[in-house]
Design a protein around this ligand. Sequence first.
Ligand SMILES: Cc1cc2nc3c(=O)[nH]c(=O)nc-3n(C[C@H](O)[C@H](O)[C@H](O)COP(=O)(O)OP(=O)(O)OC[C@H]3O[C@@H](n4cnc5c(N)ncnc54)[C@H](O)[C@@H]3O)c2cc1C
Length: 271
Amino acid sequence: MSTTPATPAATPDAAPRKRRPPRRVQVTRVQTLSPLMRRITLQGAELEGFEVNDPASYMKLIFPEPGQTEPERPLPDAPRPKSMRTYTPLAVRNDVNEVDVDFVLHGDGPASTWAAQAQAGQVLYLMGPGPGYKLALDAPLHVLIGDDSALPAFETILAALPASAQVQVLVEVVDTAEERPLQSAAKVETQWLARGADNTQAGTALEAALRKAGAPAADARIYLACEAAAMRSIRKLLIEELGVERSHIVGRGYWKLGTVNHPDHDYGEDA
Ligand SMILES: Cc1cc2nc3c(=O)[nH]c(=O)nc-3n(C[C@H](O)[C@H](O)[C@H](O)COP(=O)(O)OP(=O)(O)OC[C@H]3O[C@@H](n4cnc5c(N)ncnc54)[C@H](O)[C@@H]3O)c2cc1C
């Protein structure tokens, strides 16, 4: 069993490293999980060798620019494509070169608008994967705190935990229509919180619920991923008011209110 504390791994934006070649993939299936969440299956021979080792890993998806039916294959050393965004590889099926991706349909931006119209046969480019969350498997409790954009990451963490693990999931979504069962062998308690359609309220319901619940069990390991300012505020609450050991929290700003393509390496450690 690992005793390594959960720490964020460096991402390609944090340190120079050789970029993996882009992989051309095609949509093979589109499923509606809830009014604002679509699961899209991407498949392609170029996914050969696409190996994801940690839960909550990430990859970069490149979407078509306006007027393009298919994005251009990014060239080595060319500037990063404007329509490139960060997503979580969910289920990876190497035997058939497939990966599932869950998209929040938040209504703005190249990724969300592409996902809302996605159909079988459409093409994207995919880069990665990059490293994810190092699970402390011997932790007495795993706490997952986040919004709808982090649900795919939570699902990969839940899938990686053994039956002996105890997990508390606190997830903020727009409304109750977004609630759905989360699969895991572990013992999972899930609390769904509705924030309403006003994105300026992102994280408010999470913070209020945490304040009400009080300090989590000692030595709990916390994965916290949501809107960037909300993540900072919740991180502060956990450390300064609820007494959580800083090193037991991995914070990730998954998106930022009013910001296009928020960087994928925002851990909120400045807060
Ligand atoms: C490691 C990592 C993994 C991620 N995994 C997933 C995933 O699996 N599924 C997923 O849906 N998202 C995921 N995200 C979040 C996703 O990268 C962002 O939401 C991204 O900004 C979406 O790009 P876009 O083109 O739709 O919007 P952008 O062009 O980046 O932004 C346009 C506008 O939309 C707003 N916006 C962006 N995202 C959201 C949101 N989720 N809710 C409300 N408003 C938003 C921005 O504030 C901005 O005003 C992940 C992020 C990280 C860092």
